[in-house]
Design a protein around this ligand. Structure first.
Ligand code: ADP
Length: 845
């Protein structure tokens, strides 16, 4: 329904449209037509719809020149082929009346394709404008125009006539004037003096008649004109200087010639050879025409130009210097430099290019004056060997070309220069960190712009830019360093806040600069005050403590460091210990600028220390008690043993019974072992408890005593003792301890003899020196297995149970030797024998 509605609506809309429309199928059949079209073509819809266009609208058979059908066909085919609209020229396309006769009509048709989604022509909209009426008017106009044209031709002829007459009159006039001029010249000629003075003048003088002929010129003028008087006088200006009539100076002369008022101005004259010179001209109307006084002011102009140029370059420099002072970043500086070059330096183009890493290319980074379309030419620019950039790089200096039409270096720039009216250029190196990194390129509109002075100024500018860039570099480095510092500062801050220590920073006037939360807790706990930045630390303590406190801080500021362990109760009354250290802070010049105070809570450490001390005390007490106990017990035990041994001796002497004697012998052996053990315990205890008693020791005597003593108590008396003592130095030590060492070592040597061996021996060698006593006890006994040698000095360590013993002997030897400031070592080979080497310090003093 909707579809139908819209179709109907569209159709109605189309049909009632004011324009003249036909809708054609690609086969050129009429699909529909607007009412206006039907009306204009005197047709009815039902008689045209579905029919071929040319069947409905054929050519007028009465008009032999009719080409409407073929033109329209060509246009429609063009639309079908090209799928774009085609507008036709005005067509004469007569319309068949209902009665079959034709009516003359002119049309302005336009054919437009309607494309489907596949871009194929679905329909053609043929729109026409009936221009018959306009064409009729046009024809009428043409007729009128024809009459007017004829009239114009006639007027033209008349004008020519008048023109000719005027020319004749003009000629007459000019002849007349010539006579006047000739007369004037005659007049001038007669006045030799005047003429001479004119001729000798610096100023050029010319009198030009109303026909622009040179009537009079002086020598200076001829010189100015780079010619001779003869070449000028009698000729017109146009003859001598073709095209002069188009110049400003001629126009001014012309005005003067016409309005007869004097003129005064400066002018740059271009000679036929294209050279230029400046003249100051003064034009006066005179009877013959005009009188022109000219003064060559080229030198002055050039000087002025030079001054102007210098001024503008100084302005350029001054602006750049201001930029260097104010601009903070390199990019802005370089951009502004280019802009200033254009605005104040009056250059046509300024650009800064940066060399690539390998220096084979240069890329434009900033510019001013280059047209948008030309920018791609600059980025990147390949360096040409012998080109300006290359020259700058290689020569480490600037490059100048004062005439871009000349020189091989500039051949790549020539077209660009011509298009942009650039005549000279300069390329300057921008140096950074001692290396050329970029160039400043300046293109001037003038020829010969870069003279000695300009070059110096430009070098100065570029030097300033390079300098600024190096400062930026340093700034950059400084910023980097500052950033690193900031980072480390923030790191420090983090540590500062998270450490278990309390930190407080004071300035030299003891004001609080900074502190962390640990110290603020301490301050609240210990003193009950809240720390604040900028408040004075001294003012915070109790009034009576202020002065000593200040004195303390002042001494710290002078370089004394402070270490204190203090205790304060916390809010719960628990005693907390703090360690406080302070030191001064020095600045780069070594001036004390403040104090750093740290506070650590050492309560735990203090507690641990106290506990350890307590334990130590207890241990010492226990030890000495034990020692005393062992000592007394040993003594108490020894006396009954001695009595028992006495009784055993008594039995042995008195009894004749074999069994009794055997038992008595067994008792003696066990008692002797027990006594040996108790004596060992006593020696150990004595070694621990008793102070060293220094005395001179007769080494050989002592050795022999010990041997004798042991022989008495031992059954194995067949061992051969060899004693070799060198006692050239008096030996001082503790006699009892010395005795213990000898007794234990020699008794072992006796104990661990090899019963299998025939010649059993013990060699004892002793040498005294200032330094020590070297004692060697060697036997050819059973020896010790290698793996056991390391264990024999251990407490209660015994190798075999065959021979009785306590396993304390060598342990005591080691302890005693240690106490006497010496060492003991053992060398032994199982089955061969054992040797003990003892060093005991000689306590000469
Ligand atoms: P004890 O002699 O009472 O067993 P020691 O501490 O005096 O205890 O000796 C420890 C061990 O070292 C002994 O059991 C023994 O095996 C070994 N030993 C000590 N001296 C010698 C020696 N001269 N020859 C062989 N073995 C020895």
């Amino acid at each position: 329904m909707l579809n139908e509605m819209s179709t109907i609506d569209f159709q109605t809309l189309f049909e009632s449209a004011p324009g003249l429309y036909l809708i054609l199928t690609p086969e050129l059949k009429i699909l529909t037509a607007s009412d206006s079209y039907l009306q204009a073509t005197m047709t009815k819809r039902e008689s045209v719809v579905g029919r071929h266009i040319f069947e409905v609208f054929p050519d007028n058979p009465g008009d032999e020149s009719a080409d409407g059908v073929s033109n329209l066909r060509a246009s429609l085919y063009s639309v079908l082929r090209n799928r774009v609209a085609h507008t036709m020229a005005v067509q004469k396309y007569d319309i068949r009346r209902p009665d079959g006769t034709f009516e003359v009509r002119f049309w302005s048709p336009m054919n437009k394709p309607l494309l489907n989604a596949q871009q194929e022509v679905k329909y053609i909209i043929h729109r026409v404008e009936d221009v018959t009426d306009f064409m009729k008017i046009q024809n009428e106009q043409e007729r009128k125009d024809k009459i007017a044209e004829d009239l114009l031709v006639r007027i033209g002829t008349m004008e020519m006539e008048i023109f000719k007459r005027a020319q004749e009159i003009q000629q007459l006039n000019s002849n007349l004037e010539k006579q006047v001029v000739a007369r004037s010249i005659e007049l001038i000629k007669t006045e030799q003096q005047f003429r001479k003075s004119l001729d000798s003048l610096m100023e050029g003088i010319q009198i030009i008649d109303r026909n622009w002929r040179y009537v009079y010129v002086n020598d200076a003028l001829a010189l100015h004109g780079k010619t001779t008087k003869e070449n000028l006088i009698g000729f017109t200006m146009m003859e001598r200087y073709p095209g002069i009539e188009n110049t400003e100076v001629f126009k001014t002369m012309e005005q003067c010639m016409n309005d007869r008022t004097p003129r005064h101005f400066e002018n740059e004259f271009v000679y036929p050879d294209k050279t230029h010179r400046w003249f100051e001209l003064s034009i006066q109307p005179v009877e013959q025409g005009i009188f022109v006084l000219s003064l060559d002011i080229t030198a002055r102009k050039e000087a002025e130009e030079k001054v102007n140029r210098a001024n503008r370059l100084y302005a350029f420099i001054s602006q750049i210097n201001q930029q260097i002072v104010h601009v903070q970043d390199e990019k802005t500086l370089l951009k502004n430099c280019c802009d200033i070059a254009i605005e104040f330096g009056k250059f046509k183009i300024a650009w800064i290019g940066k060399f690539s890493e390998r220096k084979n290319e240069i890329s434009l980074i900033e510019q001013s004056g280059i047209a948008e379309k030309d920018l791609p030419k600059f980025t990147p620019l390949k360096l040409h060997s012998g080109g300006p950039q290359d020259i700058v790089l290689k020569s480490d200096s600037y490059f100048v070309c004062n005439d871009l039409r000349q020189g091989d270096e500039m051949k790549n720039l020539r077209d660009f220069a011509k298009e942009n009216n650039i005549r000279s250029c300069m390329v300057l190196p921008i140096v950074r960190g001692g290396k050329i990194v970029a160039t400043f390129n300046l293109y001037a509109g003038e020829l010969d712009f870069f003279k000695k002075e300009e070059i110096l100024l430009m070098q100065e500018v570029t030097g300033d830019i390079s300098f600024a860039m190096n400062i930026f570099d340093r700034d950059e480095q400084r910023k980097e360093a500052e950033k690193a510092l900031l980072n480390s500062e923030s790191n420090l801050r983090t540590i500062f806040e998270n450490t278990t220590s309390g930190f407080l920073l004071l300035d030299a006037a003891f004001n609080i600069v900074s502190f962390n939360k640990q110290i603020s807790h301490f301050a609240i706990n210990a003193f009950g005050f809240d720390m604040k930045v900028n408040s004075n630390f001294v003012e915070m303590v109790l009034p009576e403590r202020k002065e000593p406190f200040r004195i303390l801080l002042e001494s710290i500021l002078r370089g004394e460091s402070m270490y204190q362990e203090v205790n304060y109760p916390d809010p719960d009354g628990i005693i907390l210990w703090y360690r406080s250290t302070s030191s001064r802070i020095l600045d780069r010049n070594g001036e004390a600028v403040g104090i750093c105070l740290t506070v650590d809570n050492i309560t735990d450490r203090k507690k641990a220390e106290a506990e350890l001390e307590l334990q130590n005390k207890e241990l010492i007490k226990t030890n000495s008690e034990l020692d005393r106990f062992v000592y007394s017990v040993s003594h108490d035990l020894r006396s009954p043993l001695t009595s028992v041994l006495g009784l055993v001796s008594f039995i042995e002497e008195e009894s004749k019974e074999k069994d009794t004697l055997e038992h008595a012998g067994m008792i003696r052996s066990r008692i002797t072992r027990l006594d040996g053990f108790i004596r060992n315990i006593l020696s150990y205890s004595r070694n621990n408890r008793m102070e060293i008693v220094r005395e001179q020791i007769q080494v050989e005597k002592t050795i022999r005593e010990v041997i004798e003593n042991l022989r008495r108590f031992n059954e194995q008396n067949d061992v051969v003792f060899e004693v070799d003592v060198d006692e050239k130095t008096a030996f001082f030590s503790d006699a009892i301890r010395m005795h213990t060492v000898l007794e234990n070592l020699i008794s072992n040597s006796i104990k661990y003899q090899d019963p299998e061996k025939q010649n059993r021996w013990i060699k004892i060698k002793a040498t005294t020196s200032e330094k020590d006593l070297k004692l060697e006890v060697e036997d050819n006994g059973v020896g010790i297995e290698e793996e056991n040698i390391g264990k024999i000095f251990g407490m209660f360590y015994r190798v075999s149970g065959k021979v009785p013993g306590s396993g304390l002997g060598l342990y005591i030897v080691k302890e005693v030797v240690g106490k006497l400031g010496g060492t003991v070592t053992c060398n032994s080979v199982a089955g061969k024998g054992t040797s003990f080497v003892v060093h005991i310090k000689n306590m000469v003093q």
